[in-house]
Design a protein around this ligand. Structure first.
Ligand code: ADP
Length: 191
């Protein structure tokens, strides 16, 4: 199973992909987490990535693609993967498709998490208080929303054309959202 989560910041991609991970038993690959780890380790890649992340801009495609490519070669990703926060640009999506086709394991499903902007902002400001992420302040949140609309939302059409897109209502409690995801998955698997 190869599944991509797409959604604006605060939509719950991380939360839902972790719930799905224990349901399906396949590993999770979050580019945001990998980049935050690199940043914490203060590696060269981390320092470069921080210049973009801290301002709510996307880290350049070549850096992200190299990082994901290296992970995907690992044995634990042979049986599947839940991509969280990746791909985020058309170039990333096309490159992912190419490498998965080469492996003979194309994407199965793309889950779009959809919620209104007020709820997203409220969630992120709450998270800011709990997790102290530097990019969860009002100015950077607005920038990330714009980046999502301009650079990531076009992927929805890309995957819709491939017949892989399912849109999930991501409003309300995480457990309710997860039930909707399970219903979508089960109906896809049955059909
Ligand atoms: P959110 O969806 O809440 O913005 P993420 O943890 O997915 O949180 O991403 C945090 C930041 O990491 C992004 O704003 C961006 O700077 C960087 N990032 C994560 N994934 C990618 C990606 N696939 N391509 C480029 N930049 C990325």
């Amino acid at each position: 199973m190869l599944i991509v989560f797409i959604g604006p910041p605060g939509a719950g991609k991380g939360t839902q992909s972790k719930l799905l991970l224990s349901y399906l038993g396949i590993p999770h690959l979050s580019t945001g987490e990998l980049l935050r780890e690199a940043k914490q380790q203060d590696s060269q890649v981390g320092r470069l990535a921080a210049q973009y992340m801290d301002h709510g801009r996307l880290v350049p495609d070549p850096l992200v693609l190299a990082m994901v490519g290296e992970k995907l070669e690992r044995p634990q990703f042979q049986k599947g993967c839940l991509f969280d926060g990746f791909p985020r640009t058309l170039q990333q999506a096309r490159s992912l498709d190419e490498s998965l086709i080469t492996r003979g394991t194309p994407l199965d499903l793309v889950l779009e998490l959809k919620a209104d902007e007020n709820e997203l902002t409220t969630r992120m400001l709450k998270r800011a208080a709990a997790e102290k992420r530097v990019d969860d302040n009002p100015e950077t949140i607005a920038q990330r929303m714009n980046v999502y609309k301009k650079q990531t939302a076009p992927l929805l059409d890309y995957y819709r054309q491939q017949g892989k897109l399912a849109t999930i209502d991501a409003m309300g409690p995480a457990d309710d959202v997860f039930s909707r995801i399970k219903t979508t998955l089960d109906s896809r698997r049955a059909g």
